[in-house]
Design a protein around this ligand. Structure first.
Ligand code: SAJ
Length: 426
């Protein structure tokens, strides 16, 4: 198949890098987004999100005339949909996947679809979403045929190809990672594989749309379950007075054991979300996956309780002081190391909860941001690491940003420490 013009719908953390990387292969790429500000920013050759190396790729793609953004879909040979799939509340369950954005994107591209086009859903989706998308397209375009009714003879090809890139490494992983491609028919898979071969150096493996959807949910659930195991171990070890970091290091010396690292919880918009898409469809069967979510979601509260215990310990050792005199410093707010992304961050949740409960001062050290977010952190002070180390009575290590890992034990001696990342372990 020939793909001269490719349209990417949704210019966020996945859509924009994908559009730019395809454009860098000298294809004509039309990016579509409902956010006028994002569209204007991209058309100036700038970016509206933070991702290493992305600025250079977008800048040169726009300058060379290969990438253009718009709010209104235009005809293309292939359409790649990369819009969010958040939660909606339903029957008291607030973890039900919300396909509204996929529906809106389908209805937006339907009028410009032409016989021979390929439509790919990249958004992480519950099983069945690709078939649902094809149904929305078919309802909007009764003059065209689709794979669900016309199989291999359909006018339009439809496939699911979930994104799998790691934030912070998106530009490299987009090219290097293998891709799972699930076509609604074998010809749909082949068409999608030929599109990805434009820029993917990894292998493109084909399967069904439903299996591809489940593969993505499985990958992130696998990681969530494994992090939950580490987080549960950290709570058990705390109770048994065992250094969990040493324990994991020792256990990982076994040739078939590879335990992940505990932390203050699991953040980001993927691992803390996607497992619920499985639970929501098969609530009675997905028992382990649900429990892992609950373990990870419960970790910030456990950290808060450790901080409160430390305040109690401090006051017992300093009977002349009250809680108002106790200064707490949180190291890190981002959802993982060496990024500035605070969305769905367990570290942010811990800091907010401390501010809510603690009557004394709260210092926050986050070298990746210039000011505190407009959240419930009003009253906390953003400071440098040395000020926090000099002033705080209790140190809470939440995110192992590189500069924090260089703070030696000698700088935190005699201080009460809650180390969620094993940075200052003995
Ligand atoms: N975390 C731990 N301990 C660990 C590893 C991670 O507590 O040992 C925490 C992190 O601090 C963070 C959270 O888990 O709060 C998630 O971070 P991550 O680096 O594991 O993953 P994400 O959310 O940045 O990206 C994941 C990736 N999925 C997998 O590794 C299976 C990525 O490949 C996906 O493309 C992405 O989700 C996505 O978009 O779905």
């Amino acid at each position: 198949m020939n793909f001269d013009t490719i349209s990417v719908i949704g210019l966020g953390y996945i859509g924009l890098p994908t559009a730019a990387v395809i454009a860098s292969r000298r294809k004509n790429v039309i990016g579509v987004d409902i956010n006028q500000n994002a569209v204007d920013t991209i058309n100036r050759g700038d970016i509206h999100i933070v991702e290493p190396e992305l600025d250079i790729v977008v800048h040169s793609a726009v300058n060379e005339g290969c990438l253009r953004a718009t709010t209104v879909p235009e005809p293309a040979d292939a359409f790649l949909i990369a819009v969010p799939t958040p939660f909606k509340a339903e029957n008291g369950n607030d973890h039900v996947p919300d396909l509204t954005y996929i529906e809106a994107a389908s209805k937006a591209i339907a009028p410009v679809l032409e016989k021979g086009n390929l439509v790919i859903l990249e958004s992480t989706s519950p099983v069945g979403a690709t078939e649902q998308m094809a149904q929305w397209l078919a309802e909007a375009r009764p003059d065209l045929t689709f794979p669900q009714t016309h199989g291999e003879d359909s006018d339009i090809r439809v496939a699911h190809c979930p994104e799998r890139v790691l934030p912070g490494h998106v530009v490299r992983e987009l090219v290097e990672n293998d891709r799972v491609i699930g076509g609604m028919t074998a010809k749909c898979s082949a068409a999608a594989a030929s599109l990805y071969s434009i820029f993917v150096e990894g292998e493109c493996i084909t399967t069904t749309a439903r299996t591809a959807e489940m593969a993505k949910l499985t990958e992130n659930s696998f990681r969530d379950v494994n992090i939950a195991f580490a987080n549960e171990l950290s709570i058990i070890c705390d109770k048994l007075d065992i250094n969990v970091w040493e324990l994991i290091r020792l256990s990982n010396r076994h040739p078939r054991v590879n335990i992940l690292q505990p932390g203050p919880g699991v953040g980001g918009h993927c691992i803390a979300v996607d497992p619920w898409f499985i639970v929501s469809e098969t609530p009675d069967e997905a028992r382990l996956i649900r429990t892992a979510r609950e373990v990870n979601d419960g970790k910030p509260q456990w950290v808060l309780e450790k901080v409160q215990q430390a305040v109690g310990q401090f006051l017992t050792a300093n009977p002349d002081k009250t809680a108002r005199d106790v200064t707490i410093a949180c190291f890190g707010l981002a959802f993982k190391p060496d990024i500035d992304d605070l969305r769905e961050s367990p570290a942010l949740r811990v800091a907010e909860a401390i501010l809510d409960k603690h009557v004394g001062g709260l210092l926050v050290v986050e070298p990746n941001i210039a000011s505190l977010p407009d959240t419930k952190l009003e009253g906390a002070e953003l400071v440098g690491a040395s000020q926090a180390l000099a002033q705080a009575d209790i140190l809470v290590m939440l995110v192992d940003h590189k500069p924090f890992t260089q703070i030696g034990r000698e700088n935190v001696a005699e201080r009460l420490i809650i180390d969620c990342r094993g940075v200052w372990e003995a």
